[in-house]
Ligand binder design. Structure first.
Ligand code: PEP
Length: 250
């Protein structure tokens, strides 16, 4: 039985004060969330504060990115081991904003995935198609290409140590959500593609949906058989909304 997981991606929002306030509000309300795993991914500079505030609570934390190299002369980068040192459990890899704005391609994403696993982090591996690709009937081909990059680089056993997030790019930050049926179709496709390599790993893989999830649409998405929770952007910056999404997953 796969447990539901809700992850907040705070992107480059907030200040030290607002992050501390948001964490305090989530901590205060988390007791109502019973069976769902919950994590937040703040901007990396706030990880020390977040670790201090969340240690000993049921809420995990993670980063939004990592370097594809273990250490060395990579100015401005953050390594997997550094994230581990700050207690991170998760790291997002291959988010569409990094693919589109920072030119991260499938090979780089696959290297980051491998390094995250090697360091004991759980990568949250984002895949998803552009609107033009969906309209051209290429959704499955695009998602397959992105998935295969990791499968070919690290093998299917690496998928056992990660989480996949299906995030149609046209639904991220746009207010347009995939319908539960549209999302379910792609989630089932991802699971089946991994299961072709290893049925047990496919069946156990947590696959999150991301793209304008809010309290009002969360329950109908999370009811679908292959949707195991969500990667939440905008709505995760509001504690009441985020906790309601966590509750909807339970
Ligand atoms: C995201 O950035 O991963 C995301 C899903 O954003 P939003 O929920 O704002 O669409």
């Amino acid at each position: 039985m796969r447990q539901k997981l809700i992850v907040g991606n705070w992107k480059m929002h907030g200040s030290r004060a607002s992050v501390n306030a948001l964490i305090a509000d989530i901590r205060q309300g988390i007791a109502i969330v019973k069976t769902t795993q919950v994590a937040v991914c703040p901007p990396v500079i706030f990880l020390g504060d977040v670790e201090a505030l969340l240690k000993g609570t049921p809420i995990a934390w993670g980063a939004q990115n990592l370097c594809d190299q273990p250490s060395g002369a990579y100015t401005g980068e953050i390594s997997a081991d550094m994230l581990r040192e700050f207690g991170c459990r998760y790291v997002i890899v291959g988010h569409s904003e990094r693919r589109a704005l920072y030119g991260e391609g499938d090979v780089l994403v696959a290297r980051k995935y491998a390094l995250a696993v090697k360091s004991g982090l759980i990568p949250i591996f984002c895949v998803g198609e552009l609107l033009a690709e969906r309209e051209a009937g290429q959704t499955e081909a695009v998602v397959a290409r992105q998935l295969d990059a990791v499968l070919n680089h690290s093998g299917v056993t690496a998928l056992q140590q990660g989480v996949v997030a299906y995030e149609p790019v046209w639904a991220i930050g746009t207010g347009k959500t995939a319908t539960p049926e549209q999302a379910q179709q792609v989630h089932a496709f991802i699971r089946e593609r991994v299961a072709r390599h290893d049925a047990t790993i496919g069946a156990g893989l947590q696959i999150l949906y991301g793209g304008s999830v809010k309290a009002a649409n969360a329950a109908e998405l999370f009811r679908m058989p292959d949707i195991d929770g969500g990667l939440i952007g905008g709505a995760s910056l509001n504690a009441v909304e985020f906790l309601a999404i966590c509750q909807a997953a339970g």
